[in-house]
Design a protein around this ligand. Structure first.
Ligand SMILES: Cc1ncc(COP(=O)(O)O)c(C=O)c1O
Length: 480
């Protein structure tokens, strides 16, 4: 049996289904597979020409026992999850003309136009499958900096075993992102706009952690999470690293670099895991904006909670890269050590990693902190040189690669772009210096949402915990 344990060593080992439905591990830590599956170069070669969904089937089969999901069930869930993606290849790879061996991995062709669709399309379908089989119900509480919320709401909408409470920092996400959540008419989707969040999305995570710690409430409403604390998100996100690698290399075994716009480290944790499984990625670049939570770790060995900056790449305005703590397990740090790091961070708000730990966790990573000026500039330059439009997060990834250019050994580079530019029209206008939007920054679903009525709860951050408990319980009692 594939066993899942907590990265902080407590609680008991569980099977795949329990890890997915629980969200958090028993001791409040994050689930990790006890053993990392290893993939040989021969096996990689045999996968080179697989479609995205067939590749996903092979990779996921390394983490899931067949008696929990049969091959037919797994295939069905995967096929169904990606049926609505706009492009047949699911994740197109675009080669830039004006740069040497530089590729853009476009992860935003799902229905809500961000890379969150890639993980959540599968995960929400999987959760729903398990719940149907057990005839049970769950309440998902989701925190978002603008993209997880729309994707989770979209995939949960209308599913009779799920309620989704989607919390977003009001005023800190774009109107386009907000409307993707608030214009869904389904009775099981409950967007909550939270005003006055001093630390943006991180504040919402803290309130969710408190709801989880409230055992009677958690048990009554059967709380769970599809944020990237859920192992299913990380597992699914490993697939696009393999898929992208196969699209750009001439020979299997050739090392390449990948640059990733990062906040909570969910996407990069999957990239780091893919490399530990055997994918030849030489350098993974943690691309931050001014908030620099990962850049501080990789450049100075410091994880610290500082004041948040509101930037143009708002979806990565994140201070606590909680999936970095999961990655530590993959990097070979003992669970007892991770536990002490978590506890120290909680009490002191800052950790300086010792040299041995730092060596293990930073191996193979580069990083950068991009300013808004750099972000605006690279969008403009690429648009004018080759008519290619990046969203602000993809821009942060390209800036990070440029900043590290001297040490990247001239290997092929894939920049992961995580959102469609249509979600950030004001940034696009600002960078291109015009009042209208080019066609690349328009999308029919965004236009359509502008014509719909909105449905949303509003709450001040100060009262969020009590406000949520009250409304969630009332809703549950009314409907069950
Ligand atoms: C567009 C976009 N890019 C990047 C990220 C960062 O992803 P992660 O938290 O997995 O590092 C997010 C979400 O947080 C996002 O919405």
């Amino acid at each position: 049996m594939y066993k899942y344990i907590s990265n902080t060593g407590g609680g008991k080992a569980v099977d795949f289904e329990t890890a997915i439905l629980d969200g958090f591990a028993g001791d409040g830590g994050l689930y990790v597979p006890e053993v990392i599956p290893k993939i040989s170069l021969e096996q990689l070669s045999s996968w080179k020409h697989l479609s995205y969904t067939n590749l996903a089937f092979e990779i996921l089969s390394l983490f899931i026992d067949r008696n929990i999901l049969s091959a037919i069930e797994l295939r069905h869930i995967i096929t169904d999850a990606y049926a609505e993606f706009e492009k047949e290849e699911i994740i197109p790879i675009h080669k830039l003309q004006s740069r040497k061996e530089t590729y853009i991995m476009e992860l935003f062709y799902g229905p809500t136009l961000s890379f969150k669709d890639v993980g959540l399309a599968f995960l929400v379908n999987l959760v729903n499958f398990f719940l149907n089989r057990k005839n049970e119900r769950l309440s998902l509480v989701v925190a978002t900096t603008g993209d997880t919320g729309p994707a989770a709401a979209y995939y949960a909408a209308g599913k009779s075993n799920l309620d989704a409470w989607v919390l977003y920092p009001k005023g800190l996400i774009t109107e386009e992102q907000e409307r993707q959540m608030t214009t869904l008419p389904h009775a099981n989707i409950h967007p909550v706009g939270v005003s006055n969040c001093p630390d943006g999305g991180d504040d919402l995570d803290l309130v969710i952690a408190k709801l989880y710690a409230n055992q009677p409430f958690k048990d009554k409403l059967k709380l769970s999470s599809v944020n990237s604390i859920n192992w299913g998100r990380i597992m699914m996100q490993t697939v696009h690293y393999f898929y992208g690698y196969f699209r750009v290399v001439d020979t299997i075994g050739e090392p390449i670099n990948m640059s990733v716009p990062s906040g909570g480290f969910g996407n990069l944790c999957a990239g780091g895991l893919a490399r530990k499984m055997g994918l030849p990625i030489k350098h993974l670049i943690a691309a931050n904006n001014k908030n620099a939570c990962l850049h501080r770790i990789f450049s100075k060995g410091i994880m610290s909670k500082v004041d948040i900056h509101n930037t143009l790449s708002s979806a990565i305005d994140i201070l606590i890269p909680y999936n970095f703590l999961r990655y530590m397990y993959f990097a070979g740090i003992e669970t007892a050590k991770i536990k002490s790091i978590v506890e120290d961070f909680k009490t002191k708000g800052e950790i300086q990693f010792d040299p041995k730990t730092f060596k293990l966790i930073s191996e193979g990573f580069k990083s950068n902190s991009a300013s808004d000026t750099d972000t605006l500039n690279i969008i403009k330059v690429l648009f004018h040189t080759e008519n290619y439009l990046l969203d602000p997060h993809g821009a942060v990834a390209l800036v990070a690669a440029d900043a590290n250019q001297a040490t990247l050994e001239n290997l092929k580079l894939i920049c992961l772009t995580t959102a469609h530019p249509a979600k950030f029209p004001e940034v696009i206008k600002q960078s291109l210096g015009r009042n209208d939007l080019p066609f690349q920054a328009r999308h029919h679903s965004i236009e359509k949402a502008k014509t719909k009525c909105e449905k949303v709860y509003l709450c001040d951050h100060l009262h969020l915990e009590e406000g949520l408990i009250d409304i969630m319980e009332k809703d549950w009692d009314l409907n069950h």
